[in-house]
Design a protein around this ligand. Structure first.
Ligand SMILES: [Zn+2]
Ligand SMILES: [Zn+2]
Length: 264
């Protein structure tokens, strides 16, 4: 099994990726309903029972709603989460879960892969992002894949991990003006904009422009709001980042697209 990274989808409506590295298949978040999740796995020719472990960032449904369906196909699947996240999910998932608990901020191992959990500021019990160190294989150097969505703001820890990522999925949730003009209630707008809400396009760009040195070569901007963002707006905003870092490839993940985005 060679290295592969498949983003099955990332938006405010659902988040899920598959990382194949070092002979292990990991799912990062399981935020799609069963039928959509299974259809996405079929598109990358992967059966649910071939997945070794799933890592859950936090208990919001757009990150874990597919867990029950996944466990029906793969009952022994290892589910990694911190204690508080597991506790919240237990209330909604009926199935027995093979929980593998970790402490936020620590590095743990799954089948020889080193995984670091990264604390993030977001309005969930104990939300995290993940950085997975993939060993060298088939002549390709080692690389670090980092999954960071649902960020109220960019903390020092978040910036540190952004700079260390080779392959990075970063949130660019909303355009300020579109959020202003949307019909959403004021309280929801405040929640999204708050320090524990979501990262705007401007905040994502400023985070990247503020980095002195960073090694990312593949950047995926994700967790877009379907109502309050447009790919074309982010694309234009990222021009300054492209000029600053010419070896960087930027992909904005379409929140309306059902087909996986794959990197081999
Ligand atoms: Zn969330
Ligand atoms: Zn989310």
């Amino acid at each position: 099994m060679a290295f592969a990274f498949h983003i099955l989808g990332t938006s405010s409506s659902g988040n899920c990726s598959i990382l194949e590295a070092g002979g292990t298949r990991l799912m990062l978040d399981a935020g799609f309903q069963g039928p959509r999740l299974m259809a996405s796995l079929e598109k990358i020719s992967l059966e649910a029972r071939a997945i070794d472990a799933v890592l859950i960032t936090h208990e919001h449904s757009d990150h874990c709603i597919g867990l029950g369906a996944l466990l029906r196909q793969n009952p022994l699947l290892k589910v990694f989460a911190n204690r508080e996240t597991a506790r919240r999910i237990k209330e909604s998932v009926k199935a027995d879960v093979n929980w593998q608990l970790f402490e936020t901020g620590t590095t743990f191992e799954v089948n020889g892969l080193q995984i670091t959990s990264i604390p993030i500021p977001h309005d969930a019990a104990d939300p995290v992002g993940f950085a997975i160190d993939c060993p060298p294989e088939e002549g390709r150097p080692s690389k670090r894949v980092t999954w960071l969505t649902d960020l109220g703001h960019a903390t020092t820890v978040v910036k540190h991990h952004v700079a260390l990522a080779d392959i990075l999925v970063l949130e660019a949730n909303y355009d300020d003006e579109m959020l202003d003009l949307s019909k959403r209630p004021q309280s929801l707008k405040q929640r999204i904009r708050g320090n524990f809400g979501h990262l705007s396009n401007t905040q994502a760009r400023d985070l990247l422009l503020g980095l002195k040195e960073w090694q990312t070569t593949e950047l995926y901007l994700g967790h877009l709001s379907k109502e309050c963002n447009r790919i074309i707006i982010i694309d234009e905003m990222m021009n300054e980042v492209r000029q600053r870092k010419t070896d960087l490839r930027i992909t904005v993940v379409d929140p309306l697209e059902d087909n996986p985005v794959s990197l081999w």
